[in-house]
Write a new protein. Structure first.
Length: 115
């Protein structure tokens, strides 16, 4: 798989992750704000389950994105020392989380206008 295709896949995964994160926030807000329904209400239980589901989807997507970005970063030398691998991992983590955070901001800004 080429670097370009890995970058495109990672960007798509970041976009899906950002959308799921916004859904997680929405369901968490609904769950937190629905105290008048009672804690055993079906709506509250559904909101709790969906919130947890979206959180785990975001975590899994971020881990997959991290691996794909890590594999797309080209090493300058064939050295496999610990420091270069740690720097590569740190850069991958920063790109995956930072890219998703930027997409969350863009989607949060754009999506209310689409409704």
């Amino acid at each position: 798989m080429s670097r370009i295709s890995r970058i495109i896949i990672a960007t798509a995964l970041m976009a899906i992750s950002a959308n799921c994160f916004l859904k997680y926030l929405w369901w968490s807000a609904f769950y937190s704000g629905s105290s008048e329904f009672g804690s055993h209400s079906q709506q509250v239980q559904n909101a709790s389950a969906r919130s947890t589901l979206y959180l785990w989807v975001v975590i899994v997507l971020q881990l997959v994105t991290l691996v794909i970005v890590w594999s797309a970063i080209k090493r300058r030398n064939d050295s496999s020392d610990l420091l270069s691998q740690a720097i590569r991992l740190g850069a991958s983590l920063t790109i995956a989380i930072g890219g998703t955070a930027l997409l969350v901001l863009v989607f949060a800004w754009i999506q209310p206008g689409l409704r």
